[in-house]
Design a protein. Structure first.
Lengths: 261, 322
């Protein structure tokens, strides 16, 4: 199988977020990282490759500096990468991102697109379905278990109370939730090898997208304003005496005062 | 004035709470509201929707809506949008529904804004207030494409109130499905036990447990406290990774985002990755042995103590007062 793993470069959740003047994320604020949920899709892709052979290719849209994210993804043992870098993509929303990723795959052969169900920064969860729509492919999203056999995909899609089992034929888009596996850590060998894996960098015109269709000015959504939430004051803290009753009593009084009981 | 179409979440024709909340918001904006209902029992939903002031119901009462993944509902939604002439589509911020909205939006060249906490109709434009970066910031945004504006709305963003009662006109949709719409059949649906508890992302109270529970058995205590409060059960990633509780209950950066009226974290230190999933909760309570645990910095009320000592008398007292 040839598997494509779209990945995203996101700010570290632990870093302070700041918006630049144009209301896009100031991506220089804090060290960006590989989107945490992409580790699960990469792991799943590697397991399929180890079982059935084939290759796994990273696909990343982002600024030039996103190459560190691409190399990080490659360090898990992936085979190569396509990076879409262009001034015109800055500020693209979910639909514009899906549009560019789809265009980048137009001339690629693949059986499966495996991606995390959400990015830790925007968390729209829209891109897998939108990418599938642009590529006219079926999509199985929020997958917690995936079986691949002779081009037939069987997936458990997580629901709030369990799961549904759905099937489809490759090629398809699959987005995964963290329940699907436990990602490995990159090996030292993998980290060293990542530096020399083939990386193709493409611009918007290379993939046939007009810069007038994507980016901040042309996305189908617009941010009017963004403000930091006012810092929260720590509330009252009651020390229990070890018996539990002091703490329980204080909590009951608090919950009663707030009308929760 | 903009016409709004609300995509209905329902169980066999009974609209879910989140839908009633969205209908209330649409009505209070003074918009003409129609509703799209798909799946078994859809036709029976009209009366319940009329209680919230829905003028017209587009119903597709077919097992195909759930028999195949996403795409049949997309076809049905496109029909409902066309027939209703709505310029704004509101749907619940539900994972599977978001897929339907995402595909429909691409087909109609419409922008999608997800996870609205508040809505404001500015002329024909739906301005959305939402939390971004795990609740660290609040943003206002809108869809501005040539197609309809699609917005998904968080559960509990609004309070459901009946009003403007109507007997809605019911339009039965005929949705022809080609092979493409049927390319991902659903072959099984598995319900795991929920103990009759509310769905986590819709719950107004959540009791969550973490590493501090020490063992899987600790969740029995968390469930008992949840049941005393009529709450859903959540878990930190440390707890789900340890296999103490199912992954779909994980709150945090890689799991679910919740904002209930009351969140009680027990044995959860409150690492930033967890806070990113719950810090917009209205009232936060923490029970933790470690007085320096970061969760106390965002808690409205904290108990420094052993949860195994504090929670049993707490449950007893709550049950006594009921």
């Amino acid at each position: 199988m040839r598997i494509i793993c779209p990945v995203k470069r996101v700010p570290d959740t632990a870093a302070t977020k700041a918006l630049a003047d144009d209301k896009t994320l100031d991506r220089d604020a804090g060290e960006p990282v590989l989107n945490p949920n992409d580790e699960f899709s990469i792991e799943e892709a590697m397991r399929i490759k180890e079982r059935t052979g084939g290759e796994v290719i990273v696909l990343c849209m982002g600024p030039e500096q996103a190459q560190t994210t691409v190399r990080k993804a490659l360090s898990y043992g992936l085979d190569g990468a396509i990076q879409i870098t262009d001034p015109g993509i800055h500020g693209s929303d979910a639909a514009a991102t899906a549009r560019v990723l789809a265009a980048a795959l137009a001339d690629e052969e693949f059986d499966l697109i495996l991606m995390g169900n959400q990015s830790s920064d925007a968390r729209t969860t829209l891109v897998p379905a939108m990418l599938a729509e642009y590529l006219d492919l079926p999509a199985l999203t929020y997958v917690r278990k995936l079986d691949v056999e002779e081009g037939k995909l069987t997936a458990q899609r997580e629901t709030s109370s369990g799961y549904v089992v759905a099937e489809t034929q490759a090629p398809a888009v699959v987005s995964v939730v963290e329940a699907i596996n436990e990602p490995r850590y990159p090996s030292f060998k993998g980290i060293m090898a990542a530096k020399s894996k083939p990386l193709t960098t493409k611009s918007l015109s290379d993939v046939g997208v007009d810069a007038g269709e994507v980016g901040l000015e042309n996305s189908w959504t617009q941010i009017v304003e963004a403000t930091p939430r006012p810092p929260k004051e720590a509330g009252e803290k009651v020390e229990d005496d070890g018996s539990g009753s002091v703490g329980a009593q204080a909590l009951v009084e608090f919950l009663t005062s707030k009308k929760f009981i | 004035m903009a016409d709004i179409l609300v995509l209905v979440e329902h169980d066999g024709g009974t609209p879910r709470k989140v839908t009633n909340q969205i209908l209330t918001a649409a009505r209070n904006m003074g918009a003409t509201t129609s509703a799209a209902v798909f799946g078994k029992g859809a036709a029976g939903a009209a009366e319940a929707l009329g209680v919230y002031g829905v003028a017209k119901v587009f119903a597709w009462d077919s097992a195909d809506a759930d028999g195949y993944t996403t795409e049949p509902r997309v076809v049905a939604l496109l029909q409902a949008i066309e027939q209703s002439k709505a310029s704004i589509v509101l749907a619940a911020a539900d994972p599977f529904t978001s897929d339907v909205v995402a595909r429909a939006a691409i087909r109609l060249k419409g922008g999608v804004v997800t996870d609205a906490n508040d809505l404001e109709l500015d002329g024909d434009r739906m301005v959305v207030t939402k939390a971004i970066f795990g609740g660290e910031m609040t943003s206002k945004c809108f869809a501005r494409a040539e197609g309809p504006q699609f917005v998904t709305v968080k559960p509990n963003a609004f309070t459901a109130e009946e009003g403007g009662k109507t007997s809605p006109e019911v339009v039965t949709l005929d949705v022809p499905l080609d092979d493409k719409a049927k390319r991902a059949p659903v072959v099984d649906t598995v319900e795991q036990e929920s103990g009759g508890r509310p769905e986590m992302t819709e719950a107004s109270v959540i009791v969550a447990g973490g590493r501090g529970l020490g063992e899987e058995k600790g969740f029995e205590l968390i469930e008992q406290l949840a049941d005393a409060l009529g709450a859903a059960v959540g878990a930190s990633r440390a707890a789900t990774d340890a296999g103490w509780y199912p992954h779909q209950h994980q709150i945090g950066q890689t799991g679910k985002t919740v904002s209930p009226q009351l969140y009680i974290g027990s044995g959860i230190s409150g690492a930033i990755q967890h806070r990113a999933g719950m810090q917009t909760s209205q009232t936060i309570v923490a029970i933790n042995k470690d007085a320096e645990a970061p969760i106390f910095s965002i808690a409205d009320f904290g108990i420094v103590g052993d949860l195994y000592k504090v929670i049993p008398p707490l449950i007893e007292e709550i049950n006594r007062r009921k």
